[in-house]
Write a protein that binds this ligand. Structure first.
Ligand code: UGA
Length: 459
């Protein structure tokens, strides 16, 4: 395997994972960020992101001399051993969705402005962020119009190739996903550059899809939107199960044995959230809109998800008041889990918080508990509230005086809580488990009424 000199610009969740993992594959990696304090922390092995194995990998690869951190892309360029040039530049800077579904490429632009003219001929610039179709082409255009600081005239960089190499990392298992990928996707109109990027991952032995840039860019959306569709389908099916007296667990197990469907990603829940699926479903709708294509299936996927939140609120209302139209005014509710899924402290687009907002609108009083916020960060005290939900130190305190406990994320610890202690702390013994994670028999033994999603006998 050829060890390559790789520069990664941006040390967020994607950039840092990419840098540390590529170093672990034997490449010489220099990561650049504009945040000096962050670079300083990374040099000391302090990783701010909650991601299993990442901090260890960063320390290990830094000590092995394969991974280093610098402030600024320009500095990174001159930081390789023996003053040699970077061969591959990964752009892992934010590319937020701007107006009309066009990615805001200001961060990419500023990196290119800084180093575009200085890149060695033959360098491959790789776009790893999730970006609308056409971004690789726009990046190539930017590169081709870059100007050197010394030389105000346009410096054409048609000798630098642009490649799209989307990531498929899940929060909470990013390192594992990077080092054990289902596939590697590399898209470029420059075949040679695409093959060089694919070769970076050769040791992983994953199936590799070599394609054009637009297909690679679309593939990322296609994957996330398909996953979202799978979940909306399961959530709708769970509702149907309730109406016809079937059981969603049995139904998904049964269909999952069909290898064309698969068992994974079939758990019903309070709706999908996080920083990727909601953003990417909307972005693909925009892509479709601008291509004059009405993507009804995707629209229905999103609508089903929005509706799921209200459906959970309706379930709580019915369980607590016994009526579909009962009032939740001043009803105290305990929310277990606020993050968008277990294993992360990420609250972005969290279904739990969306449901909390609806419950608050309905007049409920909320107390939450989430194991991700038991300890404060950097020695600070833990937060006392999150988006208007007061935080308790543990599940029992959250449940004190509550008329129902809602399980909103699938933290494993919720399965093994002492539910009889929780039951005795509550005003009324109701548990609405929106993830179907706590064994209903355990809840019933503790004297609690268990309400899940799509479960037989609960509808
Ligand atoms: C997602 C994709 O799974 C990754 O492949 C992709 O790389 C990533 O987005 C990204 O674009 O960067 P992530 O957002 O970390 O990863 O979260 P997932 O594990 O996919 O979960 C998404 C949502 O679906 C969560 O709210 C989760 O609770 C929910 N979910 C997931 C369910 O409700 N049921 C399931 O069976 C699985």
């Amino acid at each position: 395997m050829f060890a390559r000199r790789v520069m990664v610009v941006g040390t967020g969740y994607v950039g840092l994972t990419t840098g540390a993992c590529l170093a672990s594959l034997g490449h010489e990696v220099v990561c650049a960020d504009i945040d000096e304090a962050k670079v300083e922390r990374l040099r000391r092995g302090v990783v701010d992101i909650v991601e299993p194995g990442l901090a260890e990998l960063v320390s290990e690869q830094t000590s092995a001399g394969r991974l280093s951190f610098v402030v600024g892309a320009g500095v990174a360029l001159g930081s390789f051993e023996d003053g040699r040039a970077a061969e591959v530049l990964f752009l892992c800077v934010p590319t937020p969705m701007g107006a009309g579904g066009v990615a805001d490429l200001r961060a990419v632009e500023s990196v290119i402005e800084e180093v575009g003219a200085e890149l060695a001929p033959g360098t491959v610039v790789v776009n790893k962020s999730t970006v609308p179709v056409g971004t690789a082409a726009r990046t190539a255009e930017l590169l081709d119009w870059t100007r050197s600081a010394a030389e105000p005239d346009r410096v054409s960089r048609s000798d630098v190739a642009v490649v799209s190499n989307p990531e498929f990392l899940r929060e909470g298992s990013a390192v594992k996903d990077f080092l054990g990928p289902d596939r590697i996707v590399v898209g470029s109109d420059n075949q040679d550059a695409a093959e060089r990027v694919a070769a970076l991952y050769a040791r992983l032995g994953a199936p590799t899809v070599l394609t054009d840039a637009a297909s690679a860019e679309l593939m990322k959306y296609a994957a996330n939107c398909f996953l979202a569709m799978k979940l909306s389908y399961v959530n709708a099916m769970a509702e149907l199960c309730e109406r016809v007296g079937a059981d969603i667990g049995d139904v998904t197990e049964g269909i999952g044995y069909d290898r064309r469907i698969g068992q994974a990603f079939l758990s019903p829940g309070p709706g999908w959230g996080g920083s990727c699926l909601p953003k990417d479903t909307h972005a693909l709708l925009q892509v479709a809109d601008s291509a004059d294509f009405e993507f009804r299936l995707l629209r229905a996927t999103i609508d089903t998800n929005t509706r799921q939140r209200q459906r959970i609120v309706d379930k709580v209302r019915l369980a607590v008041t016994g009526k579909r139209t009962g009032s939740l005014s001043r009803v105290r509710l305990a929310l277990l889990g606020l993050t968008f899924k277990a294993g992360t402290d990420d609250l972005r687009d969290s279904p739990a918080l969306a449901i909390a907002a609806l419950l608050r609108q309905a007049g409920a009083e909320l107390v939450g508990f989430d194991p991700a916020f038991v300890d404060g960060k950097d020695g600070a005290a833990p937060p006392t509230e999150i988006e208007g939900v007061a935080l308790a130190a543990d599940a029992v305190s959250a449940a004190q005086g509550a008329e129902a406990v809602l399980v909103l994320t699938e933290w494993p610890m919720f399965r093994t809580l002492d539910w009889s202690v929780i039951a005795s702390a509550m005003k009324r013994p109701i548990v609405v488990d929106t993830r179907n994670v706590v064994d209903p028999a355990t809840l019933r033994r503790a004297g609690l009424t268990a309400v899940g999603l799509g479960r037989r006998g609960e509808g």
